[in-house]
Design a protein around this ligand. Structure first.
Ligand SMILES: Nc1nc2c(ncn2[C@@H]2O[C@H](COP(=O)(O)OP(=O)(O)OP(=O)(O)O)[C@@H](O)[C@H]2O)c(=O)[nH]1
Ligand SMILES: [Mg+2]
Length: 230
């Protein structure tokens, strides 16, 4: 895969302390187009990103993780998009493995719950609970997948083109679940590689109740749709 075939898309909201370090690390490992999608972060994340000479897309206000990714993909010409968090929870060292694996797949998921993958040892109980049982709960309704909510992914453009209109209503964290579910429904070839998810050491988490509520809404919507088509 060539440099121009890959875009790394990084959504940011108040990640000033992380974004510069992440961009430098990415460049150590691979050559690719890097696109930051920032929601007008009050801490000036976009200014730091622009200084690093990457492309920066701006939303006027905070619109959610999924909205940022879809806007990012819409503005890339490359064949493959790689999603990653700005807070260094996703190790740029893994990028090469994603790029190798996407050669023969439509989507590659970085999984924390397969052999070789992990979550932070010091994660508080509630965070472990939400992540581990959240995944099992979603698998119960939407089908087995080791890591439904992982945000470290490589995606071929064709998958995005096919699913984008069906997931528009879920522009927060539920985007991850909805995108993957639509890709599965459309029988794209999806595989996994293990990742060690590290805890953020700088800045604050943006994960909130919105994720829980909208994921339940999405699952219900899917179940109702399925019933009415049977
Ligand atoms: N543009 C944009 N980026 C967002 C938004 N919400 C979260 N992000 C970014 O999405 C990535 C993931 O968000 P995090 O807050 O790290 O969520 P998380 O990794 O599930 O939670 P922690 O493990 O506690 O960090 C980070 O790069 C955030 O800055 C949003 O509304 N808009
Ligand atoms: Mg994070």
């Amino acid at each position: 895969m060539q440099k121009e075939d890959i875009s790394i898309i990084i959504p940011t909201y108040n990640e000033r302390e992380n974004i510069g370090i992440l961009i430098d690390k990415i460049r150590k490992y691979i050559k690719a187009d890097i696109l930051v999608v920032d929601d007008n972060s009050p801490d000036g994340t976009a200014i730091v990103a622009k200084k690093k000479k990457v492309r920066v897309l701006m939303n006027k206000e905070k619109k959610g993780l999924g909205y940022a990714y879809l806007k990012g993909m819409e503005n890339c010409r490359s064949k493959v998009f790689i999603q990653m968090d700005a807070d260094l929870s996703h190790d740029p060292k893994d990028l090469r493995r994603f790029i190798e694996k996407i050669e023969e797949n439509d989507m590659v998921l970085g999984s924390r719950y397969i052999k070789g993958g992990s979550i932070p040892k010091d994660w508080p109980l509630h965070r472990r609970f939400i992540s581990i049982y959240g995944n099992r709960f979603i698998s119960l309704f939407l089908g087995k997948q080791s890591d439904w909510s992982t945000g470290y992914r490589a995606i071929r453009r064709e998958v995005y083109e096919k699913v984008k209109d069906d997931i528009k209503d879920f522009h927060g964290y539920t985007y991850q679940i909805a995108f993957l579910n639509e890709a599965r429904k459309n029988h794209f070839k999806i595989s996994e590689i293990p990742i060690a998810f590290k805890d953020r050491t700088r800045g604050k988490s943006k994960l909130g109740k919105e994720y829980l509520i909208n994921t339940i809404k999405y699952i219900l919507k899917e179940k109702i749709k399925k019933k009415s088509t049977v």
